[in-house]
Design a protein around this ligand. Structure first.
Ligand code: NAD
Length: 436
């Protein structure tokens, strides 16, 4: 039976490499559509959790994992020799930046080596990790081709960028159109059939380079537009104008304007990182990506801006950052998720502590701060009781979690720094509330 028939008849085994924020939701889509899924990861804790029927991602319930793990439809393993068992292999491993802001493809390359070691005729390989244009054909294809098997004939290869928005219930994975591409026509044909089983709308494009670039355009678009409103926030603030009110009014224009909102800085695994993949690759063609670099600079400055605003608010009250007790509300990089990666709240915490402030945090999604590559804070989330709130000199709203009771917070705190307009203030300051 050929691969397309195996897919449509649910006989194909789906191998997903990297069971993180992207991989696990994909696992879920294949399971609900009656595929058997074999998950690969090199994190022994994640493998054990899945096989015990436990989830480690907030928006995927353990009951869901348990139900499919018990039935044998889902299994996780660190034994990469078992990649041979999968008919389709989707690569969802991290693509971070190296020390000098260069792409770190080591996760993709080691996964490709493992796939090549067991590659057999009839397998389909799709890269989902975000990366620079050319990765699939310049980096992955040569490794797989060394096996002697021919792409488009013996095995299939393509790229399909992930557009997961964790925690967004309006756009679950199946409802987000998915761009698909293949190294050859026949590759695209099989890849489209695969994703058509789990996604409502697939969008075929002519090459893997176009698909790789699509994802980068989407992320750069956000990074640049967020930087623009962050810059305007600072400019308007000096002029006594409230950016939030300006955006509300501007967005009544029914065409040609899409609102973006300022904040304490960029977070998450994508937007602060991916644009620099293109910056690096563009150097090969002797082109500079000025927009990307400028946006990165402005967005990276935002945590310092929040700290400056906090110092000003304390100063206004004859106090200083040094020795002040400060509470950060929310450390996740966006509301209602448990993801800390690149969160600007951590940078703000570091800057405040450097100035001699005593800093605590509250985040219902993150009870304890895990050590990251950059930060080793040993802190636990404090409770939001009225007396506890009263004990802080400043509360900074760093993440606008929907569970926060802002009436209580407003009533009990001395100074509030609001980086998300969570209190809906008109103007930049009202008594003890300052916008930053
Ligand atoms: N998180 C998002 O919202 C999002 C959205 C779109 C695209 N992406 C992209 O998807 C990719 C994965 O991101 P993520 O957020 O899922 O990352 P993640 O860190 O949540 O998950 C990656 C997983 O891969 C595992 N892993 C690392 N090296 C491995 C290896 N050699 N073999 C097997 N498993 C390995 C890790 O243990 C982890 O479980 C990245 O390229 C990212 O840019 C992420």
């Amino acid at each position: 039976m050929n691969l397309k028939n195996r897919i449509t008849q649910r006989k194909a085994v789906i191998g997903i490499v990297g069971l993180g924020y992207v991989g696990l939701p994909l696992v879920r889509e294949f399971l609900v559509n009656n595929f058997r899924v074999l998950g690969f990861d090199n994190d022994a804790e994640k493998i054990a959790a899945i096989n015990k029927g436990q989830s480690y991602i907030h928006h995927i319930p353990s009951e869901f994992i348990d139900q499919f793990a018990r039935r044998g439809a889902l299994e996780a393993t660190g034994d990469f020799a078992r990649l041979r068992e999968a008919d389709a292999i989707l690569i969802c491993v991290p693509t971070p930046l190296g020390k000098h802001h260069e792409p770190d493809l080591s996760y993709i390359l080691s996964t490709t080596d493992a796939i090549a070691a067991t590659l057999r005729a009839g397998q389909l390989i799709v890269l989902e990790s975000t990366t620079y244009p050319g990765t699939t054909e310049e980096e992955i294809l040569p490794i797989l081709a060394k096996t002697g098997l021919t792409v488009g004939k013996d095995f299939y290869l393509g790229y399909s960028p992930e557009r997961e928005d964790p925690g967004n219930s309006q756009f679950p994975t199946a409802k987000i159109p998915k761009v698909v591409s293949g190294v050859t026509e026949s590759c695209l044909d099989v890849i489209k059939v695969l994703y058509d089983q789990i996604i409502e709308q697939t969008v075929p494009v002519s090459s893997t380079r176009v698909a790789e670039s699509t994802k980068l355009l989407e992320n750069i678009y956000r990074s640049v537009n967020i930087a623009l409103v962050n810059e305007l926030k600072v400019v308007f603030d000096r002029m006594g104008i409230d950016i939030w009110e300006v955006i509300e009014a501007s967005k009544t224009k029914p065409f040609g304007f899409q609102p973006f909102y300022p904040g304490p800085g960029l977070g998450g695994h994508c937007i602060p990182i991916d644009p620099f993949y293109l910056t690096w690759k563009a150097k090969e063609s002797e082109v500079h990506t000025q927009f990307i670099e400028l946006a990165g600079e402005i967005n990276a400055y935002m945590p310092s801006y929040v700290v400056q605003k906090t110092a000003r608010a304390l100063n206004d009250d004859n106090r200083s950052l040094k020795g002040s007790k400060i509470l950060l509300l929310g450390v996740a990089y966006k509301p209602d998720v448990d993801d800390l990666r690149e969160s600007p709240a951590l940078k703000i915490m570091e800057l405040l502590m450097t100035e001699g402030a005593k800093v605590d945090y509250n985040d219902p999604y993150i009870p304890e701060l895990p050590a990251t590559r950059r930060y080793q804070f040993k802190k636990r989330s404090v409770e939001l009781t009225p007396s506890n709130l009263e004990s802080y000199d400043v509360v900074i709203i760093t993440t606008n979690h929907s569970c926060y009771d802002y009436n209580l917070i407003r009533e009990k705190t001395h100074i509030i720094i609001d980086t998300h307009n969570a209190l809906g203030l008109k103007g930049q300051r009202e008594g003890k509330v300052w916008k930053a």
